[in-house]
Design a protein around this ligand. Structure first.
Ligand SMILES: C[S@@+](CC[C@H](N)C(=O)[O-])C[C@H]1O[C@@H](n2cnc3c(N)ncnc32)[C@H](O)[C@@H]1O
Ligand code: SF4
Length: 463
């Protein structure tokens, strides 16, 4: 049985601060410049004599038109030639990277993200998959998890069948909102019929898991309008739903300046949208996984939540043990053992490095023992919603109360508000705290508290 969620608007409002989403700890703003030689040495040391399968992320940044809310790393262009050039460089990067990882390393998890991977035509998607399968041993069996982000506006039924034939078995579909007024305000006109066709075809083609992305807090959204979007979504019955809080950072993402500030819902309205979303989706049978994510009870994410094997990664939540993550393409972030490494964020320097035979890594971080310890604590709180203090003390050889004296102090007001219970044995997130995992995790973020207040909004708001 799913545990009850407690929705307390005043409390949600009180903790609506800015903070990292902890798809990694330390969060990406902490990354430092990383030399190619350092990256090569890292992979060679960590992957020597290892044959456990890799996870692979490939970033395809292109989009045909721009959505005004978008905070993703993207290149908006109608010139397909740019995508062809990009694929050529990507194939070279793949060759450079894969030789570092040994002879055709096995890959059982693959994710194509963007931008919009379906910007690529069928022929180019086939070529990309062939190139991946030449350098890497893509798992042919049903245990593989190969997923791709889809924009229904650039995907028809034939395209979905082609993706299935290429080995993809999971889809993530961008929707955001079905209301025509909202769609106009965000420059994303997308018919319900387009989305329905993609989902129906994907089911017939045997896709195992279908995710839909929505955003609350978009311009012109009201409870009545968003309620209709939710009704439509519930009828479509995706296995998973990501309902993101709109991150409005126009200083960082220039395109967001196209959005009229006056059209944005107030923070009280945004909170009401969140509360309504959770109520309607849970009433419709979805399990709240945590931080924006919902899943049907028999979906692997919901099963992992019940069994305590849920993980957090760059895609949000995931199941199973963390693999080393090989990341390809502009801005992609990989994780090799105890280190994160991110490629250049713009196409030009990324391509320039590859053309010189260099792995295009720009920044990253080698985690020290303290980072690993705090990362594990944040992971435990955000995924299992419980930290076994004694287990941490045993494995990290620390005395928790003295090592984390300031963190425990920071948790006192949260415990007073009923978000967590803290004792010598454990820290547990309560039903009231389940919607406030970010502020709870932030108590253990050493960088956030060392850096202190900056006026620059680097992180999005919690709600
Ligand atoms: C790379 S996009 C998805 C794939 C595809 N480009 C599409 O739009 O259909 C990933 C998701 O990020 C979310 N997103 C983008 N910008 C956002 C923002 N500023 N705030 C919250 N979510 C955002 C959207 O839900 C979007 O579907
Ligand atoms: S939301 Fe998707 S389609 Fe829209 S601009 Fe961003 S990456 Fe491109």
């Amino acid at each position: 049985m799913a545990e009850a969620l407690q929705l307390d608007a005043a409390l949600l409002n009180k903790y609506d601060t800015r903070g990292p989403r902890y798809t990694s700890y330390p969060a990406a703003p902490q990354f430092r410049p990383m030399e190619e030689a350092e990256y090569r040495a890292l992979v060679q040391t960590h992957r020597a004599n290892r044959s456990d399968p890799l996870s692979v992320y490939v970033h395809i940044p292109f989009c045909r038109t721009v959505c005004y809310y978008c905070g993703c790393n993207k290149v908006v262009t109608a010139n397909y030639r740019r995508a062809e050039d990009y694929l050529e460089v990507l194939t070279q990067e793949l060759a450079l990277q894969s030789t570092l990882f040994g002879l055709r390393p096995a890959v059982d998890q693959l994710h194509l993200g963007g931008g919009t991977p379906t910007y690529l035509n069928d022929g180019d998607l086939s070529r990309l998959m062939r190139a991946l399968d030449t350098s890497l041993a893509l798992e042919p069996g049903e245990t593989r998890e190969f997923s791709i982000e889809i924009d229904p506006r650039t995907t028809d039924a034939a395209r979905i069948r082609h993706l299935a034939a290429l080995g993809f078995n999971r889809l993530s579909i961008g929707v955001q909102d079905f209301d025509p007024e909202v769609q106009r305000a965000i420059n994303r006109l997308q018919g319900l019929d387009q989305t329905t066709e993609v989902i129906d075809t994907a089911r017939q083609a045997g896709f195992r898991s279908i995710n839909l992305d929505l955003i609350y807090g978009l311009p012109l959204q009201t409870q009545a309008r968003f309620a209709e979007t939710l009704e439509r979504v519930i009828t479509l019955r995706p296995d998973r739903l990501a309902v993101y809080s709109y991150a409005h950072l126009p200083e960082r993402f220039k395109v967001q300046r196209q959005i009229e500030a006056a059209d944005l819902p107030s923070s009280a309205e945004k909170l009401a949208l969140l509360v309504m979303t959770i109520e309607r989706l849970t009433a419709a049978g979805y399990v709240y996984i945590g931080m924006d994510h919902f899943a049907l009870p028999d979906d692997e994410l919901a099963v992992a939540l019940r069994e305590g094997s849920l993980q957090r990664n760059f895609q949000g939540y995931a199941t199973g043990a963390g693999r080393d993550l090989l990341a390809l393409g502009v801005s992609a972030i990989g994780r090799i053992g105890p280190a994160f490494a991110q490629n250049h964020r713009s196409v030009e320097p990324w391509a320039a490095d590859v053309s010189l035979g260099r792995i295009p890594v720009a920044q990253g971080l080698v985690l020290d023992d303290e980072d690993l310890l705090r990362g594990e604590i944040i992971q435990a709180l955000m995924c299992g919603r419980r930290l076994d203090v004694r287990d941490i003390e045993r494995r990290y050889r620390i005395e928790f109360a003295s090592h984390f004296a300031s963190e425990l102090e920071r948790l006192i007001p949260l415990a007073d508000d009923g978000l967590v219970t803290v004792d010598a044995e454990s820290i547990e997130v309560s039903a009231r705290g389940r919607l406030l995992l970010r502020p709870i995790a932030m108590a253990f973020d050493a960088y956030l508290h060392a850096r202190h207040k900056t006026t620059e909004p680097r992180y999005s708001r919690v709600i």
